[in-house]
Design a protein around this ligand. Sequence first.
Ligand code: HEM
Length: 408
Amino acid sequence: METLATRPIPAHVPPEMVGDFSLFSSPGMQPTPNGDPQAASAVVHQGPRIFYSPVNTRDGRGTWVVTRAQDQRRVLQDPETFSSHRSIFASALGESWPMIPLELDPPDHGKFRSLLNPLLSPRRVMALETAVRERAVSLIDGIAASGTSCDVMQDFAFPFAVNIFLRFLGLSDDRLQEFVRWANDLLHGDNVQRPAAARTIIAFIDDLAAERRKRPVDDFVSFLVQAKIDDRPLTDAEIRGTGVLLFVAGLDTVAAAIGFDLNYLARHPSDQQWLRDDPSRIVLAAEELLRAYPTVQMIRVATKDIDFEGAPIRKGDYVSCATMIANRDPNEFPEPEKIDLTREDNRHTAFAYGPHRCLGSHLARREIVVGLEEWLKRIPTFRIKEGTAPITYGGHVFGIEKLILDWS
Ligand code: HEM
């Protein structure tokens, strides 16, 4: 991981509130063989409700870190005080348009959310399920036929998530490898690869929108180019902002969730067997795995000065609500470090709270559950291949790579 440039700690932050913790650089957050970055995040629960981390974004900014799930809910449900307007993607290109709906605040946010909600509703997801399952089966059958070991992220998790995204966009699989590469460069590339991938993705969305304007079909971008907000069509920037967000939000997150889940199961053969014995247990187990291995750190920007649980937050300060921290909060979950696949009443925050609650959560859940069901049905007891070690990392979206499983 690149070295983070640091900025000075603002004068209004009391020195005693500065914590020695970062989701980017603390132990376990840098690329780590056989790491467990979610467990490593839980150390913050030995400290205060809120503290200031001097370097806690990819571009080296400091953030307040809210450690209690209950306090994170207060932040995420108060967009007037804690705004989502950040232009993360565009700022990497020196531009400032928002990803939609993620970086809009109410009331604009609600208008786009109402427009997009039906596209990823439980009913729509049910309609996609057959295709999702077929894709999982064909990928896993291919893996099983070609030997007794594979690189899960490369051979299964990424192609699976990208394929479903392409289907959603109404595109064929021809460009799958190209998309996997764009997503990888965008999310994990260096300072040259990232902006280059961002420009490629923008050009792709712009071209697709122009094409669908000329010849609309039954797909997501055709829907966007024909949609109206406040009785007017969407602008080019709005179509781009929405297309880019779906690209960023739905690929890496699902792939990483599947990767962390299979990494856990590879190390716990009795849990594998327990799920194989009765696959109907997978739905509940997937919730516990989402609790224990969530991947997203949310950031909000204070719109005004506010004292929050003793922290003098000032207008413009960044406030981090990390799902991996909330999900290990002992005030919320008994024995949070224990992974209990039968855990009930699991009010985890993997998909966030409040107005920006994940729009794709129904689809994501189906992808994860179907992926695990088909994997466990088709692959016998698997473990981490001897002599290999998966690499985990922290950051804005936690991830895992080089996960080589073996079932010889
Ligand atoms: C396991 C997989 C996933 C996880 C853990 C996840 C997590 C999240 C989280 C935590 C947020 C809130 C971000 C914030 O408020 O800053 C979010 C928002 C969002 N997610 Fe997901 N997500 C996943 C999969 C997906 C998929 C598959 C899609 C689309 C197909 C998707 C689309 C979105 C969108 C559009 C938003 C923005 C919602 C809004 O601003 O109103 N996500 N997701």
